[in-house]
Design a protein around this ligand. Structure first.
Ligand code: AMP
Ligand code: GLY
Length: 439
């Protein structure tokens, strides 16, 4: 069976790697892929990003199923186009993807369906937005309505910062159309977890819990990024909290989408803020919905998945997710992101990357219960040049992901591998999973 994965990041490298674990899968095409997928057995990168051209490619190549990684093609309607051409694809339709592509849509939806989230208002008029900030005070959160590649959220600790964010988004148009409308919402406090499920429009199957690190620097300092590391499981998501998130967030979201005639298919990621207290009563609130898997959360989650991913995706496309149960490796998987100099504001690209061994980019890594601890280095912003040199091609360059018996061991193993990698000006956090370490 030939499959197509759309996207070019660490998430897509991990998707291709996990899909290939099944002998049913003969080949995976990745569009456009990266330097890691370029060197995998049974994988071919395809330099196509236009959704219509992807449909033609899938038809001509005999692709049996397509999995979409990032939000942009989903928001552009790639699922609708594939379905219209009778091609199997896993992801939400353009309308369903609004849960991510419009914060205002997501907030209004949550309010209609009584899904816990921070109080908010939406503005297009700067004067009204400024007045609302004055009335609410700080801390307060300003969010561009549209997709802004991780740059659309300002968690303002002072009213001045919030006013500046309004001036920049609504006044100067710094984010273009994405920032022409803003959501201003109350600041929630607590610990964030990434809660990701697969949905087929009728049934929902939760994936293992995970947590990522959004800030650039150790101690959760510095600017927000796409994610500097992640681990699974996230100890904060106890069984009791898992049930609450399913009952209070995921089930009403799926039921609400269905009742509004927009059944959700694909991966749904709820970023959940978990406040203080005991698990039965502590506050939980949705910070955001993403209509895709997280990056880098996918890398540790898929390292732990023992059920063949291709089987689960096939069931989901056929509306039969209720026939599937997922088996997880009980160990901890932990991913350390190696980013380029200047990330996130101005990532420098084109630097050579050395120190990776073939085993680090391993499509054949042991993946059963009895297997040893191991590391896989998933590529993100990398490319292979004509001479076969691996160079940096984006902000987040590599995701070194280790699987081991404990958080401590997984962390040591990941950092031992990171230490062997050479990339000029590389940035990485040295405290990934600090919240999960034994105290
Ligand atoms: P988003 O893209 O909406 O997930 O926002 C990016 C990050 O900003 C989140 O992962 C949180 O760390 C932070 N954030 C977003 N909304 C809030 C909020 N209402 N309160 C506190 N932090 C928030
Ligand atoms: N790691 C956060 C995200 O994928 O949105």
């Amino acid at each position: 069976m030939k499959l197509l994965v759309i996207g070019s990041g660490g998430r897509e490298h991990a998707l291709a790697w996990a899909l290939l674990k099944s002998p049913r899968v003969s080949h995976v095409y990745v569009a456009p892929g990266n330097g890691g997928t370029a060197t995998m057995d049974k994988v071919t990168n395809v330099a196509i990003s236009d959704p219509k051209a992807l449909v033609t490619f899938a038809q001509e190549t005999g692709i049996e199923m397509t999995v979409v990684g990032p939000e942009a093609p989903l928001a552009a309607g790639v699922v609708d186009l594939f379905r219209a051409a009778k091609l199997k694809i896993f992801g939400p339709t353009q309308r369903a993807a609004q849960l991510e592509s419009s914060k205002d849509y997501a907030k209004a939806f949550m309010q209609r369906h009584r899904i816990p989230t921070a109080a908010y208002q939406t503005f297009t008029d700067p004067a009204q937005a400024h007045a609302y900030i004055e009335a609410q005070g700080a801390p307060i959160v300003v969010k561009a309505d549209g997709l802004a590649a991780g740059k659309g959220v300002v968690v303002a600790t002072t009213v001045e910062q919030a006013h500046q964010a309004i001036d920049s988004m609504l006044g100067d148009g710094s984010l273009g159309a994405a920032g022409a409308r803003v959501v201003i919402e109350a600041c929630l406090v607590g610990e964030e977890a990434s809660f990701i499920v697969m949905a087929d429009g009728k049934h929902t199957l939760p994936l293992a819990s995970s947590q990522d690190h959004k800030r650039l620097m150790d101690g959760d300092q510095g600017p927000n990024t796409g994610g500097m590391g992640a681990y699974s499981p996230a100890p904060v998501v106890s069984d009791a909290l898992h049930e609450r998130i399913m009952r209070e967030v995921i089930e009403p979201t799926m039921a609400g989408m269905q009742s509004e005639g927009i059944p959700f298919t694909g991966f749904l990621y709820a970023g959940v803020m978990i406040g203080e207290g005991d698990d039965a009563t502590r506050p939980i609130g949705v910070l955001e919905f993403n209509c895709r898997m997280g990056d880098p959360e996918t890398q540790p989650i898929l390292m732990r998945l023992q059920t063949p991913l291709v089987d689960v995706v096939a069931s989901a496309i056929d509306g039969q997710l209720d026939q599937q149960t997922l088996q997880w490796d009980p160990r901890t998987a932990l991913c350390v992101v190696v980013a380029s100099a200047g990330y996130p504001a101005n990532p420098r690209i084109g630097d050579e990357i050395t120190g990776l061994t073939a085993a680090d980019n391993n499509s054949e890594a042991p993946h059963d219960k009895a297997s040893r601890d191991h590391v896989v280095t998933f590529h993100a912003g990398t490319s292979l040049d004509a001479q076969g040199r691996l160079t940096s091609a984006g902000g987040r360059v590599l995701g070194v992901t280790a699987l081991a018996d404990s958080v401590t061991q997984a962390r040591s193993l990941a950092y031992e591998t990171v230490a062997k990698i050479h990339l000029k000006g590389a940035q990485y956090r040295t405290d990934i999973a600090w919240r999960a370490l034994p105290s």
